[in-house]
Every structure is written in C-alpha cells, then in structure tokens.
Design a protein around this ligand. Structure first.
Ligand SMILES: [Cu+2]
Length: 382
C-alpha cells in the first residue's frame, strides 16, 4: 500500500517535471501559446529545443496552426525597450493563469532549480560570463504564410539573455510602422556549447511597432558572419572586415533543412559581438543606413560606417536582390569543429563538478537530448 502510494507520488512528480523544461519567450501574441506536451504526437511545447528538425517542424516551432487570438500583438515601442518574459514554464510568467500548473513564479528567475542553485540546467549557461544572448527578429508581413526565413531581420539583441525572466529588447528608434494587420516577429536563442547540445530556439509571434517616426524600410537582411575574437577557435583578434554589416538574418542552424549557418557542434553561432550582433537595438538595419557595404572577407580592410540617420524619410524599399541562402560554410571564416582545447575544457569542468551538470527543477526528459548519440551529451546538463 505504502509502496504504491510512494510510487504514484513518484510518477506524479515525474509527470510534473516532464511537463517542464528549457526556455522560451511567453506572450499571448505567440504561436503555440497554449500548446502542451500532449498537443503534438511529440513534445512540442514552446520551450522544447529545435534540433535536426524538418522545416515544418522548426519554422515557427511548428506552431503555425496554433495562432494567437485576433488582436493579440507584442508591442515594440520605437526607440524604447520592449520587455519580454522568458521562462521554462508559462506558470513562471505573468501568463500563469493559462498554465497547466498555475502560478509558480519566483520573481525574476526564469527557471528555478530543484536545489535552489542558480543558474539551473535549462538556462544552459555555466555562469553569467557564459551567456550567449538571444534576439528578436521582424518581418514586415501580416500574412504568416508568406514569410520565408530570409525575410526575418534581427532588430534587437539582449546579450545577457536568459539570465532574467524580464528581458529588455531595445527597439531601434527608426523602426517604421507595420502594415495594418501587424508584423510578425520571432525570438531566437542559441546557448553556450559548454552547457548543452546544438539547441536552437524559435518562437514566432505577432508584433506591432508603436510610436514610429520613420518610414524608411529595413534593408534586405543577409547572413551573419563570424568575425569577433574567438580564442577557443584560434582567432585571438576580431576581424572587422569579415563582419556582416547592416540588416542580418537570424541563425538557422543545425536543422535537417533550410539552414543558413553551418558551424559545427562546438562552435555555435551566437547573438553576440562574435557575429557583429551588438547588445541592444540594431540601429543600422535600414535601407539608408549605409551608402555602401563592401563585400566582407577575412582580407577586407574597408569597414563601412553607418550614415547619420535622418529621423524621417521617403518610403524606400531595398533595391538589392534577395540574397540566396549559402549552401556551404563561407570561406575565410574561423575554422570550426573540435579544436583540441575544447574537450579538455569540458572534461575539466566535469571533473570539477561545476554548474554544468546541475539539474533543473524544470528539467526535460533525458532522451530528448540523447536521440542521437553524440559525445557532447557527456557534459550536457540533462
Ligand atoms: Cu535546453
């Protein structure tokens, strides 16, 4: 009797635990806001990571058939911060009322751990210095079925994402207004390679720019390039000529289809200076931001300077042709893969028993990460 009671308690707590995990943005404007672990044949909650997925699975997190209610928009005040909430469970956010487990908020903590330690495993960071940033991107299109991956432009980066639940995204002052039925936005996150596998996060939502004072359109976004200092991969100095300047696409990485980034497991692309994603508003993403942008390469010595923006301007559209998605790693970038030093670092961390292996209260089922046996899973926190 007692044993079965204990067993059912164990099953109950296990079920509660498995209903949680990882991190996403949370807002009623998002696609999949009410998707639970039972909605799909597989666990496709907004917080689940996207890796090796087909296009239909990863694009908008596979949630296009779960749109927000009409009229729900995430507002982007031009020139001001937009405060988003990131958490590993809806119950940890202001929107707990529609969460399976109700209100489990713990202040600004995006993902409390079971032993009170911080950061928890689902935050995928060893410590504050291991944070790799997240981004918001926008497409000026109301019809979600018309949007292609190449249409998204990153307009704001928070390099210390996901340290806090309330996460500010500075909105560029010159963001033009959206069409009457709104724009589409998406949240993107790729975490440190020291704290988990090749997980991509994408959550789409409906958004609207408020207080717009400019009508200059965004430039056509191009693929970001690795150009920051990267000592772990043998690059001690930044290579400014190798950066992508102006409007940049988000990273589409490690999926089965439609990638635009081809970095290896141990050198993920990050929303940091490493890819010329400065913290805060991306103010140089407009059609008139640069007179000319030279072709980036490792040997490029000309670095473009943004023009002084006029606060208003005639409506313009980008004249450049849409960039075609690259089919291979661009040349002239830092070598990717597994440099000898990498694994030594990971083993050291393991041996020392540091935060890398901390479990999260909102931990995720183990096999989600170990579907494909990879050596990195040895130091994956789950
Ligand atoms: Cu995760």
């Amino acid at each position: 009797m007692r044993r079965s009671a204990l067993l059912s308690l164990a099953i109950t707590s296990l079920a509660a635990r498995e209903a949680r995990g990882h991190i996403s943005i949370w807002h009623p404007s998002m696609y999949g806001f009410n998707v639970t672990d039972k909605t799909f044949p597989y666990d496709n909650r907004p917080v689940t990571p996207l890796t090796n997925y087909t296009f239909d699975q990863w694009w908008f997190h596979g949630h296009l058939d779960y749109p927000p209610n009409p009229g729900d928009f995430f507002e982007l005040p031009a020139g001001k911060p937009a405060t988003a909430e990131v958490a590993c469970n809806k119950g940890l956010t202001s929107y707990f009322a529609s969460s399976e487990g109700g209100d489990v908020r713990q202040g600004d903590n995006p993902c409390p751990s079971d032993d009170g330690s911080f950061p928890s495993g689902a935050m995928h960071t060893v410590d504050f210095n291991d944070l790799k940033g997240c981004a918001l991107a926008i497409a000026y299109e109301s019809d979600v079925t018309k949007i292609k991956p190449e249409d998204f432009t990153v307009f704001s980066v928070n390099q210390t994402c996901v340290w806090t639940r309330f996460t500010d995204f500075q909105v560029p002052a010159r963001m033009p207004a959206c069409p009457e039925d709104g724009c589409h936005c998406a949240w993107f996150w790729v975490h440190s390679q020291l704290s988990g596998g090749e997980q991509n996060y994408m959550n789409g939502f409906k958004c609207k720019v408020t207080g717009s004072t400019s009508n200059v359109a965004l430039a056509m976004p191009t693929v970001p390039r690795r150009c920051g200092a990267d000592p772990q991969n043998g690059k001690t100095d930044t290579v400014p000529g190798n950066c992508t300047y102006g409007a940049k696409q988000p990273f589409y990485w490690f999926q089965a289809e439609r990638n635009n980034m081809f970095e290896g497991t141990y050198a993920p692309p990050f929303y940091t200076d490493l890819y010329n994603f400065k913290d805060g508003a991306q103010d140089d993403i407009f059609a008139d931001s640069y007179a000319e942008i030279p072709t980036p390469s490792a040997d490029q010595t000309i670095v473009p300077t943004p023009l002084e923006p006029s606060s208003t301007g005639a409506a313009t559209t980008s004249s450049s042709a849409p960039p075609s998605a690259p089919t291979s790693q661009p040349t002239g970038q830092a070598p990717f893969g597994t440099p000898p030093g990498r694994c030594a670092i990971c083993k050291l961390r393991r041996a020392n028993g540091t935060a890398v292996r901390k479990r999260s209260l909102f931990s995720f089922e183990l096999y989600a990460h170990s579907k494909k046996a990879r050596s990195f899973s040895l130091w994956h926190p789950f």
